[in-house]
Design a protein around this ligand. Structure first.
Ligand SMILES: [Mn+2]
Length: 396
C-alpha cells in the first residue's frame, strides 16, 4: 500500500494524479493545506499500516513530525518527502528527504515534476508524452515560467483546477492522461475557461483600486484584500505598481496572507519567514498572526488606496523632456523633469526638492514611495500649464 500526503493546490494535486496513475487502487491520497499536514501525518502514525510507503509532496512537516519520520525511517519504515520549496532544503539532511529547487539543467522544479521523475526513475510509472506534457504545464504554472514563455495552456490548467472540485479535476485528468496522445482541453472547457478569464480580469481591475501602500521592515508593500486569483493578482498589481517591493494579499476569512513579488531584488520567502511562514523567492505565505495583523491590517486601514497612472495621455507622458505631472490624494502637485543632461529634478508646486536623481525611474520611485503620487490625466496637465502661464503673466 502507498499513501500520499500532498498540497491542495495544482502542483500538489498533480502529484496525487501521478500517484493514482502509478499505483491505481493501491494508493490513498490526502490533500491538505500547509497547516493541515500535521494532523494528516499524526493520523498516518496512529492509524495506517506500518508497511505503507508514505510519500509527502509539496509540503513541509513541522519539527515534531520531522523527528517522528526519522524514527519511522530508522525502524525500517518507508517514507519520502519530495519538495521544491527553498525553505524545505534542510530535509535533504535526511535519507528520506529530496528537496530540489532547480533540476540538473538549472530549470526550476515543481513537486509534480520531481515526483514524476521519481516514479519514472523507480519504474513505478511508464513515461508517456501526454503525462510529460501535463507535468510540464503544472511545472510552468507553479514556477510562473508560463508567463515568460507565453504558455497560456499552463495558466488555463490552473483556472480549470479552480473551476471544479479536486475530485472532479482528478477524474478528468486521469481519464485524459490514460487515453489521449497529447494534452488538451475539450470544447466545453475552452468555453468556460474563456468566461473565467474575463471574470478574473474584472476582479483584478477592481482590486487595482483597493491597493494601499505601506512600509514594513524597510520594504515597501502594497496591501490588498482578496480571496481569489492570488498569483495573477500579485503579478498584475506588481506590474502596475513597480515601485513597490512586493504585494501582500490578505485573506481575512482564512486568516492567511500571501506575498508576491515581480522583482529579483526581493525574496518574499524571507518576508513570510519573518511572520512564521515560508515559500519561494517570488511567492510565499504565512498565517495572519498578531504581528502581521498589526502591521498589515491595523496600521494600513486608514490609508487611501493608490491610484493608477493615467494610461491614455498624449501630452502628460513619462520620461517627457517637458516634465511629467503627478498628484497625490492630498492634492499636492509634483513636476518631474530633466534638469540637465544627467540629472532629473522634482518641483513640489514651485519649490524644487533638494534631491536630484540620475534617472527618470529613480525619481519616480522616490515620488511614489514618499508621496503616493500618480501620473495625472492630460486634462489636469493642461489646466496646470494654463495656470502657470497666467501666473507668469501676472508676475510680469
Ligand atoms: Mn509547488
Amino acid at each position: 500500500m502507498y499513501k500520499l500526503l500532498t498540497h491542495n493546490d495544482l502542483d500538489g494535486v498533480g502529484c496525487g494524479i501521478l500517484a493514482k496513475l502509478a499505483f491505481r487502487k493501491d494508493v490513498k491520497v490526502r490533500y491538505s493545506s500547509g497547516a493541515g499536514l500535521a494532523r494528516e501525518v499524526e493520523w498516518f502514525f496512529e492509524n495506517d499500516d506500518r508497511d505503507t510507503f508514505l510519500f509527502i509532496t509539496d509540503l513541509s512537516v513541522n519539527e515534531e513530525n520531522e523527528e517522528r519520520l526519522q524514527t519511522f525511517h530508522e525502524a525500517g519504515g518507508k517514507v519520502r518527502l519530495l519538495d521544491h520549496h527553498k525553505t524545505a532544503l534542510h530535509f535533504n539532511d535526511y535519507e528520506w528527504g529530496q528537496v530540489k529547487v532547480e533540476d540538473d539543467e538549472g530549470k526550476l522544479t515543481s513537486a509534480t515534476s520531481l515526483f514524476y521523475k521519481y516514479l519514472v526513475d523507480h519504474n513505478l510509472l511508464e513515461p508517456t508524452e501526454v503525462v510529460a506534457e501535463f507535468v510540464e504545464l503544472v511545472r510552468q504554472y507553479d514556477t510562473w515560467e508560463w508567463e515568460k514563455n507565453g504558455n497560456h495552456q499552463a495558466h488555463r490548467l490552473n483556472a480549470l483546477f479552480f473551476l471544479v472540485s479536486i475530485e472532479e479535476f482528478e477524474e478528468k485528468m486521469i481519464g485524459r492522461l490514460k487515453t489521449s496522445a497529447h494534452f488538451d482541453f475539450d470544447e466545453f472547457e475552452k468555453k468556460i475557461l474563456d468566461m473565467d478569464e474575463h471574470k478574473m480580469d474584472r476582479y483584478i481591475r477592481r482590486k487595482k483600486h483597493e491597493l494601499v501602500q505601506t512600509q514594513v521592515g524597510g520594504l515597501f508593500a502594497g496591501v490588498v484584500y482578496a480571496e481569489s486569483y492570488h498569483s495573477e493578482l500579485g503579478n498584475e498589481l506588481g506590474k502596475e505598481y513597480p515601485h513597490l517591493d512586493y504585494i501582500a494579499i490578505l485573506n481575512m476569512g482564512g486568516k492567511r496572507m500571501g506575498f508576491r513579488t515581480i522583482h529579483d531584488h526581493v525574496d518574499v520567502s524571507e518576508v513570510a519567514g519573518h511572520f512564521g511562514g515560508g515559500g519561494h523567492a517570488k511567492a510565499a505565505g504565512c498565517s495572519l498572526n498578531e504581528e502581521a495583523y498589526r502591521q498589515f491590517v491595523v496600521e494600513t486601514f486608514h490609508i487611501e488606496p493608490l491610484r493608477e497612472d493615467a494610461k491614455r495621455n498624449r501630452y502628460n507622458l513619462k520620461h517627457s523632456l517637458f516634465g511629467s505631472l503627478y498628484k497625490n490624494s492630498k492634492e499636492e502637485v509634483f513636476l518631474l523633469y530633466p534638469l540637465n543632461e544627467t540629472d532629473w529634478a522634482i518641483d513640489h508646486y514651485n519649490n524644487r526638492l533638494d534631491k536630484t536623481f540620475s534617472s527618470f525611474d529613480e525619481a519616480e520611485v522616490f515620488l511614489k514611495r514618499n508621496y503616493g503620487v500618480w501620473l495625472v490625466r492630460d486634462e489636469t496637465f493642461v489646466n496646470y500649464l494654463m495656470e502657470e502661464v497666467k501666473a507668469s503673466r501676472g508676475s510680469e
